[in-house]
Design a protein around this ligand. Structure first.
Ligand code: UDP
Length: 329
């Protein structure tokens, strides 16, 4: 049986593809290569270039891959700042893409989907750490689009025999342990890779967006989850659905928050570089703190995060040092 990985050439999707193959699964990848890299996808996976919003294309993939045991969805847009500027782009791709996908899954009687949701669905949470029952009130179009996707999955699951798991990522970072695949965005906006680009001498300094948040040092606090831990949760989520687990959403984080300044300090220790920084204005759409209580995933999926922030940055640093220009070489 085949696992169909949508967005398998992207940052998270390429690590999922790699690990599903390593664990002996048969894997097919779909990616439109808008942000992903063909070189990030192992040759052992069958590759289809195209867009999940294109129903004919997607139906063709489902026809060729006639034995799909589950779909992993990693092909949504995921930048908070960009979503504030281009909200419709987010609804069109994230919500529209998921709608077409669910339709085609139904048509081909594919029963399980695991998809990436996000801490951004919670907005400014009333409690910390955030549990699955914390009210979801997104404050940016990215988070809103993922919340709509969660709700759409839930309604479709109630109307059909499809089951889903929504994994609400907190802040994903890091790379495969051997540094062979990693994070390579054309226009990097994420904190850890930008910090490491400064360490590599590719940027002059890191601008920290705001130091007047309601946190201990005034900079935003985030809960960083390592790539290896994240992918392990996906594989366990698919196994859970395959063994009759009911549709559900799980927070994925470590219950430990680090401020932007603490992340910077950890990166200085890992890399041994000074990494010049400057405090700048706030970025639109950023909540003060997002920290996950992931005990539900730990209990239900038998999952346990093991990578520390130092591990995460060390893995990312290895990737960035080995591939200073990403997949461009
Ligand atoms: N951030 C920053 N400088 C940058 C990039 C990000 O200060 O150049 C901050 C950002 O405002 C947020 C945190 O780092 O407080 C994490 O942002 P990132 O974009 O990495 O992930 P997000 O939380 O948006 O998913």
């Amino acid at each position: 049986m085949t696992v169909l990985i949508l967005g398998g050439a992207g940052y998270v999707g390429s690590h999922a593809t790699d690990e599903f193959l390593a664990r002996g699964y048969d894997v097919a990848v779909v990616d439109n290569l808008s942000t992903g890299h063909r070189a990030a996808v192992a040759d052992k996976a069958r590759f289809y270039e195209g867009d999940i919003r294109d129903k004919n294309f997607l139906a063709d993939v489902f026809t060729k891959e006639s034995d799909i045991e589950g779909v992993m969805h990693f092909c949504a847009y995921s930048l908070v700042g960009e979503s504030m500027e281009k909200p419709l782009m987010y609804f069109e791709n994230n919500v529209g893409g998921a709608m077409t996908l669910l339709d085609v899954m139904h048509q081909f009687d594919v029963k399980h989907i695991v998809f990436s949701s996000t801490a951004a669905t919670f907005g400014i949470p009333e409690v910390s750490p955030i549990t699955e029952t914390t009210p979801q009130n997104p404050i940016n179009p990215y988070g809103e689009s993922k919340l709509i996707m969660e709700k759409m999955m839930a309604w479709q699951a109630s109307a059909t025999d499809m089951t889903y798991v929504a994994l609400r990522y907190f802040n994903v970072a890091g790379a495969k342990h051997d540094g062979s695949i990693g994070e390579a965005h054309k226009n990097e906006t994420h904190l850890i890779p930008i910090i490491l680009q400064v360490a590599l001498g590719q940027r002059e300094k890191i601008m920290i967006y705001g130091d007047d948040y309601h946190t201990e040092d005034g900079t935003c606090v985030r809960d960083y989850i390592g790539m290896t831990d994240l992918i392990d949760a996906h594989i366990k989520a698919l196994a859970y659905l395959k063994t009759g687990g009911k549709s559900d959403a799980f927070n994925l984080g470590t219950k430990t928050g680090y401020s932007n300044l603490q992340v910077l300090e950890t990166a200085r220790q890992v890399t041994g570089h000074a990494i010049p920084s400057e405090i700048g204005p706030r970025r639109a759409g950023d909540p003060d703190a997002l920290v996950a209580d992931s005990s539900k995933a730990q209990q239900t999926l038998d999952w346990k995060p093991s990578e520390s922030l130092t591990d995460i940055i060390a893995n990312a640093w290895q990737w960035h040092q080995n591939h200073p220009h990403g997949y461009a070489e």
